[in-house]
Design a protein around this ligand. Structure first.
Ligand SMILES: Cc1cc2nc3c(=O)[nH]c(=O)nc-3n(C[C@H](O)[C@H](O)[C@H](O)COP(=O)(O)OP(=O)(O)OC[C@H]3O[C@@H](n4cnc5c(N)ncnc54)[C@H](O)[C@@H]3O)c2cc1C
Ligand SMILES: Cc1cc2nc3c(=O)[nH]c(=O)nc-3n(C[C@H](O)[C@H](O)[C@H](O)COP(=O)(O)O)c2cc1C
Ligand code: SF4
Length: 665
């Protein structure tokens, strides 16, 4: 099966029948929301072509609806769209130009979808609502099952006719076919239901058969399955092994792709930072032991070490990466040339990629704003200038890298002992440590490009006056607000009691070496991770924490992409949560609170520390001084000092820094 060409296990080609995958790295399927009215457009072609040019061996596309009836959004592709062929062909040509194989996953969400576009009920094996979507689906009639299979077969043949190398049947992650496989979601009593895995496999086998017959013997046919449903009562690894054996025995399948989870543990199949790397490797290994088919595994595999281990320990034949390649599509090329340090590291935040998809926007990446914007034209050459940047947080460092890449002479001044800004604090919470991984990467890139980084260098307007720079960039960040104000109770400008000595901020909560309180209250009106990070950090060290939030849920900012794991962590840290509530007064040993929506009041007793997470204030003192002194050089502001926001905004600002266009205000 293996065509030997290189000693590097990641770059050994893999032959599957007549198809040769040039290396072992696969871009695993992901919804991009880059389609235009369901069709492939230039932006989508550029997105995938960048990955092919980056050297990945095979691309499996995601979110390609295989059935108009369950198509969820015009931003998702519809494989059976009458006008789809031209774009699908152009995409195949673009990917093939780089020697990469292109396979299309046949997507059908079942009850995990949306009826917003179709205005028809969701369809599922049984009428059981999905825990995230909550809409009760219609139990599929036999005629609907037939239509579903017929449409998948048609979608498959259309993709292959457009020059794609194959298709992937999607029977994982709680989507339509996985709903048939799981006893939790399939209560049917006809031939598509049953107590055994073998009985519930009926639809999957029919699908594989129909798809194979429609595409003929040439193209690849893979099946994505769960190694484990990760929910009580769902499929476990022994069930998955049985599924694998049955698929192998069909003789129609060419590879198995192993994933895991479903909406019950959402997004379990896209594990967030803090989860173990190579999450699904053990299951892949057990499945590989019972099948002769090549096994593809994905999930938190982003480094050479873990990828190589997957291959050399015999757990997989192909290594899938989704987010690692969103963060850096050139990862394969960089690993191949042993330039591992140049790989921009995915921090597994699920903010820019999954978060944007949930928001209905196009996929992007928190730390790679270029993802999804491959068509942006490179900036015209600029006259080289001397640039001074104040602040070594993410905005300042990212700007330094971009400016140095464009030939400017850059110095960064950071008043702290280390660069990183607020990320240094954010990453002190054990489960959130990876958020800080982008800092050393940016610092190293900057230094390689010749940027001077001056630590413990507290800049002032006076020092700037003596600085020879031609342009001043302010990336001075933000600091926590301390007045306890919440827009939920706009009449109270300053919360009574905020000045008491036992009232602090996120900086106090996360500072190393400070004595931990016994019982703390965290006041949460926070647009990013301050409150929940503090609460988790304190709770996991044994502090009894009451999180009082004015929102309907703690950490509302996390959105559906991150809410589930966040709440699991808060529960593990034993944090008590009071929602839609705010403080009316902080006392010496208590906090009085009341409902945001009504008159219900109560008192939290025995409080020895109160932490405010009530938003941030931009650090703008130097900017104001420069304006007042009539500074003649261009002054550009980036990141939180423009307005206190989030990491993705800070990186975005730094990435898009412009000296020629007047900069940011
Ligand atoms: C606990 C916590 C959790 C967070 N979690 C998330 C999250 O999950 N997702 C997310 O998107 N965002 C999160 N954030 C927000 C994110 O960290 C910030 O939005 C981001 O760091 C802003 O970057 P910045 O470079 O603009 O500013 P900062 O990170 O504030 O950096 C500014 C830097 O400038 C330096 N500086 C200031 N004045 C001077 C001066 N005069 N001279 C020299 N140096 C100076 C400061 O020391 C600092 O290092 C979190 C923040 C915290 C505190
Ligand atoms: C934004 C996004 C969309 C995804 N959409 C799909 C999809 O359409 N089909 C699928 O099988 N998996 C999908 N996934 C899951 C990935 O294929 C992959 O299994 C998961 O991200 C874990 O791998 P990683 O750690 O390499 O990212 C998606 C993941 C992300 C981040
Ligand atoms: S947004 Fe976050 S999780 Fe997604 S690819 Fe970028 S760094 Fe990784």
């Amino acid at each position: 099966m293996t065509v030997r060409a290189t000693l590097d296990p990641l770059f050994e080609p893999l032959r599957i029948r007549d198809h040769v995958i040039p290396n072992r790295l696969v871009n695993t399927p992901h919804q991009t929301n880059l389609a235009e009215g369901g069709l492939v457009g230039d932006r989508q072609i550029a997105y995938y072509e960048a990955k092919a040019a980056g050297g990945v061996g095979m691309i499996v596309t995601g979110g390609w609806a295989a059935w108009r009836r369950t198509w969820t959004s015009p931003a998702a592709n519809l494989a059976t769209h009458p006008d789809a062929a031209t774009g699908q062909r152009a995409l195949a040509e673009a990917v093939h130009r780089h020697g990469t194989l292109l396979v299309g996953q046949l997507h059908d969400s079942g009850r995990q979808g949306s009826s917003a576009l179709s205005r028809q009920p969701l369809l599922a094996p049984s009428a059981i609502a999905d825990p995230v979507v909550r809409e009760v689906p219609k139990e599929m009639e036999k005629s609907e099952i037939r239509d579903m299979v017929r449409s998948h077969a048609e979608a498959a043949s259309r993709l292959c006719e457009a020059g794609w190398d194959g298709v992937e049947v999607f029977a994982a992650q709680g989507y339509a076919l996985a709903q048939f496989l799981s006893p939790q979601t399939n209560r049917r009593t006809d031939r598509y239901g049953g107590a055994t895995v073998a009985e519930r496999m009926t639809i999957v086998l029919e699908m594989v058969d129909a798809v194979r017959r429609s595409i003929g013997s040439g193209p690849l046919l893979g099946v994505r399955i769960n190694g484990h449903d990760m929910v009580a009562g769902g499929l476990e690894v022994d069930d998955a092994r049985q599924v694998a054996v049955m698929l192998t025995e069909t003789g129609a399948v060419d590879y198995l792709s192993v994933s895991g989870g479903s909406n019950e543990n959402h997004p379990g199949w896209i594990p967030e930072m803090g989860r173990e790397v190579g999450t699904f490797l053990p299951w892949a290994g057990r499945i590989r032991a019972v099948t002769s088919l090549p096994v593809l595994v994905t999930s938190r595999i982003a480094s050479r070490e873990v990828a190589e281990q997957a291959l050399t320990e015999g757990r997989a034949d192909l290594v899938g990466m989704t987010r690692a390649l969103v963060a850096d599509p050139e990862l394969p090329r960089k690993l191949r040339s042993r330039d591992d340090g140049a790989v921009r590291p995915c921090i597994a935040c699920n903010q820019g990629c999954l978060g944007n998809i949930f928001a209905g926007a196009a996929l992007t990446c928190t730390i790679n704003p270029g993802a999804g914007r491959e068509l942006d034209r490179p900036r015209p050459p600029e006259v080289s200038r001397r640039v001074v940047i104040l602040g070594g947080g993410p905005a300042g460092l990212q700007a330094a890298v971009r400016l140095a890449e464009r030939g400017h002479t850059v110095t960064v001044h950071e008043r702290a002992q280390e660069v990183g800004g607020q990320l240094a604090l954010a990453s002190r919470v054990r489960s959130r440590a990876e958020i800080g991984r982008i800092v050393p990467w940016l610092r190293d890139r900057a230094e390689l490009l010749g940027v001077r980084v001056e630590l413990e260098s507290d800049m002032s307007a006076a020092r700037l006056a003596d600085d020879p720079a031609d342009v001043i960039v302010l990336a001075t960040g933000s600091r926590p607000s301390t007045d306890g104000f919440t827009s939920a109770i706009p009449g109270v400008r300053r919360l009574p009691g905020v000045g008491l000595p036992h009232v602090g901020t996120v900086h106090d909560a996360l500072a190393a070496g400070l004595e931990l309180p016994r019982r703390a209250v965290v006041l949460d009106d926070d647009p990013h991770g301050h409150a929940t990070s503090m609460a988790e950090h304190l709770g996991s060290q044994g502090v009894h924490v009451v999180l009082v939030t004015r929102s309907l849920t703690a950490g509302w900012w996390a959105g559906p992409a991150n809410a589930h794991p966040l709440h699991e962590r808060l529960a593990r840290a034993d944090v008590t949560i009071m929602t839609a509530t705010w403080a009316t007064r902080i006392g010496e040993e208590h906090v009085d609170v009341r409902s945001v929506y009504g008159d219900f009041c109560s008192r939290i007793h025995d409080v020895d520390r109160v932490y405010l997470a009530t938003g941030n204030v931009a650090e703008n003192a130097i900017h104001d001084e420069l304006v007042a002194s009539g500074e003649g050089r261009p002054v550009i502001r980036l990141g939180d000092c423009r307005a206190p926001r989030r990491l993705d905004n800070a990186i975005w600002d730094g990435w898009n820094v412009s000296l020629e266009e007047g900069g940011h205000r």
